[in-house]
Ligand binder design. Structure first.
Ligand SMILES: [Zn+2]
Length: 680
């Protein structure tokens, strides 16, 4: 332990002014979901009293098992508003402001972010995390970033010019599946696999009191989907108060409509008295693949941009009748563990026809009820249970046929279903605690004590947490490196034409600009249709504040890229009327370390070479890392993509195995780390 650290931390905790500092700190929490609920609670019980929270989402039934601020009666309401209300109940003198909105909206630009002492992220999608990172870097407000995936989690700390930013290390996108996509508009094989496993399998064979999204009032699709679309439109057009009021009205209406349906729903998927297993299987099939799909396809507004789903009809797939269709082939017998072989489908790499998928579906439901009835009602999906994999493969394939999505073989579906990672409340709680610790260090003025911390699935040398000093900023980073520019100009008079020709082309030597900002897009170059060229050209005389999608305002971040030069950077618009003419003869001022036009070509060339090196270095680091895991069991990884998560799981398991035989020197190295949870 260095002496500086001893002075700063944890001594800073004893500073008599700290409670007041925390009380006065203006905290922005982005996300009121799994991490956000825990975070808000931990903040107020730690002495924070001035908090704003942003979340676009409304509460889903499936959130209730871990997003503990929410109750059943809150389903359909704003996460941010509900969380704020519940937290006020915990600490009435706290000031909690809720924004039921998308953090990427213009109102939450750099100027808004500058009003905070610290930003705490509890987000689940990479796009929003990168956006907030860029805002935090631009506003120079400290950011504590977080993420969880199953048992894994991490908290990282980002201070402009002191540490690496969230984007200094490129991230792979974490894969999450919005429930309305799973329920109504799947377009990828994984959507069908998740639906079959998490929704249908759980509903048919899991605990009857287990709540799934099939129980939601909007679960039947059409009306729910429409309602979500309307809500997001109203978010943009109206104030938060109005939106929330509307939510409540919609919710009440939904509840009334849904109550009747719910009563039927609750019992629909339960096998009825005197109903044979096959009759039950047929009833579920017709509901899931025929009637629900017909209902959904009839909602025309949902299918303006893609083809509506097509219902499957059992009578067409199995003209000989369900009972005859699932008769064992030859001498084979149905066993409690598999139906495929006796149906003549022994090859796990084969893709089934709709007919075969229907046969496996019916036969596997029957097998559970006839051979394993004692387990029905308490089953959870297990990828080593062949019958479960067969059911999920068949159920997923049938849904894929509904939506014209490629189907998966038994082998592939097993891999996909086995890799789905579920959110775990305890992980969120640990990560939220770590976020608050880092936030206090920042506010207490103990920057050298900051740690980025990784939560592992298995203890390594008896430790679950791996704290690391944050890396320094990477100069080449697009978000925090030299590539971030600020444009000071009068947004009401500067035209898009001037921005493109003067700022980008002349000053920055951009060749073929591609610009985006929210819903606004501008493109040049070959490959554009004639009408597209016309549309874009018509935008050029407009003032940048009057462009489509809300225009470029003070605090807007314009994304500029140029594929032809491998160039990409952000430009922050700073609206300023009355720029002094001697300072800005062309009507704008470019700030930041903008490369000079004559240097640009050369620099791009150099950057391209660096990229090559960087890629190679990354590969090398991975190799080194794999070696490190094998040798010492230390796990130190940086991103949270699915591949990364899988690697960490493999790595940490391996780490434990090798950790048992560790030598004293390696143990000593691990012991130098602080704040680890020691398991006894
Ligand atoms: Zn960076």
């Amino acid at each position: 332990m260095s002496s500086a650290k001893t002075e700063e931390w944890p001594c800073a905790l004893k500073n008599a002014e700290l409670p007041q500092t925390l009380k006065n700190a203006r905290v922005l929490c982005v996300g009121a979901g799994g991490i956000g609920c825990e975070l808000l609670k931990t903040l107020v019980v730690s002495g924070f009293e001035n908090i704003q929270v942003i979340d676009l989402d409304t509460i889903e039934t499936s959130n209730l098992n871990r997003q503990f601020l929410f109750r059943r009666q809150h389903v359909g309401q704003s996460k941010a508003a509900t969380a704020a209300n519940v937290i006020k109940g915990i600490k009435s003198n706290a000031s909690i402001t809720a924004h039921h909105a998308n953090v990427k909206e213009a109102q939450f630009g750099v100027d808004f972010i500058k009003g905070f002492s610290i930003i705490l992220n509890g987000l689940d999608n990479l796009e929003a995390r990168r956006h907030v990172n860029r805002l935090a870097m631009a506003a120079e407000v400290p950011l504590v970033e977080s993420g969880t995936a199953g048992y894994l989690g991490q908290v990282t700390v980002h201070l402009k010019n002191r540490t690496e930013c969230f984007e200094c290390t490129p991230k792979t996108a974490p894969k999450t599946y919005p429930i309305c996509t799973l329920r109504n508009t799947p377009d990828k094989p994984i959507h069908c696999v998740v639906w079959a496993k998490d929704l249908l399998f759980s509903r048919l064979f899991g605990r009857s009191d287990e709540v799934t999204d099939l129980d939601d009032p909007a679960a039947e699709g059409g009306p729910g989907e429409q309602q979500e679309g309307q809500q997001s439109t109203s978010n943009g057009a109206e104030g938060n108060g109005v939106t929330q009021q509307k939510d409540q009205n919609t919710n009440q209406k939904n509840e009334e409509e849904g109550r009747k349906r719910k009563e039927e729903e609750a019992t629909f998927f339960v096998r009825r008295e005197a109903e044979s297993p096959l009759e039950y299987a047929v009833r579920v099939f017709q509901r899931a693949y025929t009637h629900d799909i017909e209902r959904l396809a009839a909602v025309k507004t949902m299918w303006t941009k893609r083809a509506p789903p097509k219902p499957l009809h059992l009578s067409q797939l199995l003209p000989e009748g369900p009972a005859a269709a699932i008769q064992p082939v030859g001498q084979a017998e149905v066993t409690p563990t598999s139906v495929c072989k006796c149906l003549g489908l022994g090859n796990p790499n084969e893709k089934w026809s709709p007919r075969d998928a229907a046969r496996v579906f019916l036969a596997s439901v029957c097998a559970y009820y006839e051979k394993r009835s004692a387990e029905v009602g308490s089953l959870t999906f297990d990828k080593d249970d062949d019958l479960a994999v067969e059911f999920v493969t068949a159920a997923s394939a049938l849904r894929s046929f509904n939506y014209d999505i490629p189907t998966q073989s038994l082998f592939d579906a097993k891999g996909m279903a086995g890799n789905i990672i579920h959110a775990i409340a305890t992980t969120n709680a640990i990560i939220s605690g770590l976020i608050v610790i880092e936030a206090i260090k920042i506010l207490a003025g103990a920057p050298s004590a900051l740690r980025s911390t990784y939560l592992n699935e298995q203890p390594s040398s008896k430790r679950l947490l791996g704290p690391n000093k944050p890396e320094p900023p990477k100069p080449e980073c697009l978000a925090c490196g030299t590539a971030t520019l600020t444009l000071r100009a009068n947004a009401h008079t500067l035209t898009l034409g001037a921005l493109v020709s003067q700022v980008l082309k002349r000053h920055l030597a951009v060749n073929v600009p591609f610009l985006t900002c929210g819903d606004f897009m501008y493109e040049e170059g070959e490959g554009l249709e004639e009408d597209e060229v016309e549309t874009y050209r018509a935008l050029l005389p407009r003032a940048i504040s009057k462009l489509p999608g809300g225009g470029l305002q003070g605090g807007s971040i314009l994304n500029v890229s140029d594929e032809s030069q491998h160039l990409k950077f952000d430009m922050i618009i700073q609206h300023q009327e009355d720029l002094p003419e001697e300072e800005a003869p062309e009507g704008f001022i470019l700030e930041g370390s903008a490369p000079k036009p004559q240097e640009l070509q050369q620099q791009n060339h150099a950057a391209a070479e660096e990229d090559g090196v960087q890629e190679k270095q990354q590969v090398d680091q991975r190799k080194t890392h794999a070696h490190k895991v094998d040798a010492s069991g230390a796990v130190d990884l940086i991103s949270d993509g699915e591949e990364e998560v899988a690697r960490r799981q493999r790595g940490s398991k391996r780490g434990v195995a090798s950790g048992d035989g560790e030598g004293p020197s390696k143990r000593a190295r691990m012991d130098q780390t602080e704040e680890a949870i020691v398991l006894d």
